[in-house]
Write a protein that binds this ligand. Sequence first.
Ligand SMILES: C[S@@+](CC[C@H](N)C(=O)[O-])C[C@H]1O[C@@H](n2cnc3c(N)ncnc32)[C@H](O)[C@@H]1O
Length: 398
Amino acid sequence: MIQMTKSKEESLLEYYQTNSINPCIIPVEDEKVWEDHRIKRQNLYRHLMIPLNYFRNKSILEFGCNSGENALYLASIGACLTLYEPNNQVIPRLKKIFTHFKLEQNITDIYNKDITSYSDDKRYNMVVAEGFLHTLKNRERMLLKIGNMLVPGGLAIISYDDKYGSMLEMIKILLLCRLCQIRNVALNSDHSLKLANDLFREDFKQLNASRSFKSWWEDNLVNSHSSFQAFWSFKEIINVITQANCSFYSSSPRWSNIDNYTWHKNVLTENERKQCLNDEWNNNFLFFLTGLQPKGGINIAPTQTVISAVEDLIKMISENCFSRQGNIGMIQYPEELERYMMKTNNPDVMLLNQSLKSLFKTIHTNDCETIINHYHSLRDLRKMWGTSLHYICFSKPI
Ligand SMILES: C[S@@+](CC[C@H](N)C(=O)[O-])C[C@H]1O[C@@H](n2cnc3c(N)ncnc32)[C@H](O)[C@@H]1O
């Protein structure tokens, strides 16, 4: 059985260490896996508009590199790496894979330390922090700190679990939690893994995920760090990036058209760019929630009431699913969201809305089979994962 968070103070790192979890292990020693991993990383940099030859001989500082599979790809295209990873359990594998690929010479230093303890004043061409920054209590301060670690013209890449893009995954957690409640088993038990398997295995197979089902279950479904507090949003992040005197450069998924269809001589100020990005964010809200591409080029911007209703739903799911005393019976599908989705006149969104409404009704029955069968019948919903993982790349001005 996985240990659930012992106290609100337990960090993501402690969760991994207590349970000996390597959250992102990718068996890159297998040639096919390596090829698949390489192609996915290349595609990420394509999304982020960073040409691959940018990395050659560049100094790159990566925080939270885990066992180094992503850093390994950067080494393979010529980057010089300084690696920070506070979990000592994963360092032996990190060293092993670099030796296996004969890329040890691309590592300048490895530190078994976290980002908070970084105090060097060296500047880097690129700083990377994927998969953990959003879970830190001092995340704003750490993001500002990253901005200060860059040379002029340098780039930083961060990833985070998006507050709104995580809605559909949170609903998956709610479903699993309800089944565990009916069977009277813990969310982190082996029985829960079996129930998750019955519910989601087929859907998960359709995803181009790099990790195993069990690893996804451990890191997303039963990891109480996948919760409202840990989610972050573009609007919060762009404020910090601006405070760090840096500029938004690109994102994955890409959703901004800010520099498209414009004459390069019409230069926006940083404030105008921020305003424009925030407006575009509103127009892409439905995409963040559902993963569906905007139809006809534009979506309907949500009101603050709709945004708050989504936040409240996610908050309720996280507060009630990760504690034994939680009351998931009171969690309802928000009417504001329902009205918003129906207003879109987009058939895919309207169908999703119907599916979600019916699912929330079924969740309150007391029979696991009924819930599983009903979920399995909702083919449109099962194909959708929202857009929980977001990347942002930002640059320091020259
Ligand atoms: C979800 S994993 C992501 C691993 C890898 N960066 C990736 O994206 O595949 C999060 C990693 O961040 C590390 N981590 C957690 N807290 C950290 C902190 N405060 N500073 C640096 N790394 C941290 C964890 O040990 C783990 O290796």
